[in-house]
Design a protein. Structure first.
Length: 216
């Protein structure tokens, strides 16, 4: 895609070192994050990354040190905004005492609501929330289906005459104004179908039914 259009916002992550397709380890030290960031800058052909996220918490590096490392990269002009991924609410709050946090990316979908408190907090703080696995996909298993909420989703989707994935994305967009959906896709057709989710209006009864999906 290079050269990039002026309005393209680029985000990536650091802190996970992939030795092969199946072998990886965590390194969220300043040295590790600097190495990952500089490699991304080179590969993306950028001078500065719009949003750089801590991918996973490194058990061998204190969390505060990892966040401070991102702040250092920001001060050096290598990244513009800082994000976190796979974090708890307490960790988001701790990170805020060190530097400004612009995004949180955790696993979340209509059927997996464990991060509701984080979303509500992020909304109050003006922090973007990027739910990965929005269609219930397991990040370690390509193409895994949206699982436990399938019955409720299918019923509501049929009523609204949309696909189940479209409905799952539409629910996320209705969940909170700070949510940006990031569904994976391998085809232009699916990309176009996913984009249509933003046009789906959910009435009160549909929303009530979908709320049941989290507990069914």
């Amino acid at each position: 895609m290079h050269p990039y259009p002026d309005d393209l916002f680029i985000a990536t992550k650091g802190g996970v070192v992939k030795k092969s397709a199946t072998e990886r380890y965590l390194d969220a030290s300043l040295k590790g994050l600097r190495r990952d960031c500089e490699e991304s800058l080179k590969n993306l052909r950028l001078d500065c990354i719009d949003l750089y996220q801590l991918h996973w918490i490194d058990p061998d590096t204190p969390f505060a040190e990892s966040v401070a490392a991102l702040a250092t990269l920001q001060q050096e002009g290598k990244i513009r905004r800082i994000g976190l991924s796979n974090v708890t609410l307490d960790q988001v709050k701790e990170a805020q005492t060190i530097t400004a946090i612009d995004s949180v990316q955790n696993r979340y979908s209509v059927a997996e609501r464990q991060h509701d408190p984080i979303i509500d907090f992020c909304t109050s703080q003006g922090i973007l929330f990027l739910p990965y696995g929005p269609l219930g996909a397991d990040p370690m298993k390509r193409g895994a289906p949206l699982a436990s909420a399938s019955g409720v989703l299918a019923e509501v989707a049929a009523k609204l005459r949309v696909s189940t994935p479209q409905l799952a994305l539409a629910w996320l967009l209705h969940r909170s104004p700070n949510i940006i959906v990031i569904p994976g896709t391998t085809s232009k057709v699916h990309l176009e179908e996913n984009a249509l989710a933003s046009q789906i209006a959910l009435d009160a009864e549909s929303l009530r039914q979908l709320e049941q999906a989290a507990t069914s």
